[in-house]
Write a protein that binds this ligand. Structure first.
Ligand code: NDP
Length: 316
């Protein structure tokens, strides 16, 4: 495994991370989830991402239980909050009240004494940013969380958070968790340039476009049995990723993967990791062999020529 510093912080995380959205605590049986986590850990993955809202806390329970057998200092546990956890007006968002309650609930579910990276799952326009940042600063002082990050915040939101932290002398966020893949590149416009300048690292979600960038979905063919797209609810979350135009691109990318003697998934992950501001690509895995395949992406070296050829395909 290879490790990168997360932004300007001293925290080092594995280039491949493992997440638990739509998989652990629900669709994937607990024993299989544990074998995926074990496989990842064995292969040097030290970065595990979850959220309070994934299966209403069940994902945190499964991840915490699987990691419990390993030395706490050997892994970096990331979770987040923002999305509704109940029907009450304070059961969502980034108020001081909800953040404190959710950090405590996550600590209980994960069965740990501290969370390494706690993230604001989205931006909350209904809470003053200073209230959120002050709550985070207090949690860091109390040792309940060690670092804080955000997810899917715009460049404007991130810039504002850095400004408030500086003038109010509060802890600075160290990371952003955006969707980023060959098929989803909006962060390249504003978010990445700002984060590079400011030393905020990216931990990327859906780097395989939810499985589309593995090549297993083919135009005009039925979805492979057991895949995410076979379930109506999870297919809805895949949105337009499965459109024919993308499947054509994946088909063309498969030729480059073949030449480089790697799989399409490995090529897609290596492509995201070509960006030095990305500290980790957070994959999902419903089976241990997916972890095994994806982790090998760290050994795929992309030349300038490979990147140009990939770009031509992506520009379509
Ligand atoms: P990916 O793009 O890596 O998709 C993962 C899915 O693709 C797997 O569950 C599996 O699905 C399939 N897959 C993975 N590897 C292979 C392979 N080698 N061969 C065939 N199929 C494969 O990421 P996710 O969409 O799962 O997101 C990853 C993580 O990012 C989440 O778990 C979560 O932690 C985080 N996340 C964060 C969000 C945020 O708002 N901050 C939003 C969404 C995710 P299957 O076998 O079922 O087809």
């Amino acid at each position: 495994m290879k490790y990168r510093r997360l932004g300007n912080s001293g925290l080092k995380i594995s280039e491949i991370g493992l997440g638990s959205w739509l998989t652990y605590g629900g669709t994937v049986q607990d024993a299989v989830a544990e074998s995926c986590i074990d496989k990842a850990y064995e292969l040097g993955v030290n970065f595990f991402d979850t959220a309070n809202v994934y299966r209403r806390g069940e994902a945190e329970v499964v991840v915490g239980k699987a990691l419990k057998k390993y030395a706490r200092e050997s892994y970096v546990l990331a979770t987040k909050a923002f999305w509704p956890m109940g029907d009450g007006p304070n059961d969502r968002g980034l108020s001081r009240k909800h953040i404190f309650e959710q950090v405590h609930a996550s600590l209980r579910r994960l069965d740990v004494e501290y969370i390494d990276l706690w993230q604001c799952h989205r931006y909350d326009p209904e809470t003053p940013l200073e209230e959120t940042l002050r709550a985070i600063d207090d949690l860091i002082t109390q040792g309940k969380i060690l670092y804080a990050g955000v997810s899917e915040w715009s460049a404007v939101n991130i810039r504002e958070a850095l400004h408030i932290a500086e003038v109010k002398n509060l802890d600075r966020i160290i990371s952003n968790q955006p969707q980023y893949s060959m098929l989803q590149r909006y962060i390249e416009k504003d978010v990445l340039p700002l984060c590079k300048r400011e030393g905020i690292g990216q931990v990327v979600w859906s780097p395989l476009a939810q499985g589309v960038l593995t090549g297993k979905y083919k135009k005009g063919e039925p979805f492979p049995a057991g895949s995410r797209a076979t379930d109506d609810e999870t297919r809805r979350l895949m949105g337009r990723l499965l459109k024919d135009e993308n499947l054509d691109k994946v088909e063309r990318l498969s030729r480059i993967a073949q030449e480089k003697d790697c799989t399409i998934a490995q090529l897609a992950l290596a492509w995201v990791l070509r960006e030095p501001n990305v500290a980790s690509v957070i994959i999902g895995a419903s089976r241990p062999d997916q972890v095994e395949e994806n982790v090998k992406a760290i050994d795929v070296e992309l030349t300038a020529d490979d990147i140009d050829r990939i770009e031509q395909i992506l520009q379509g």
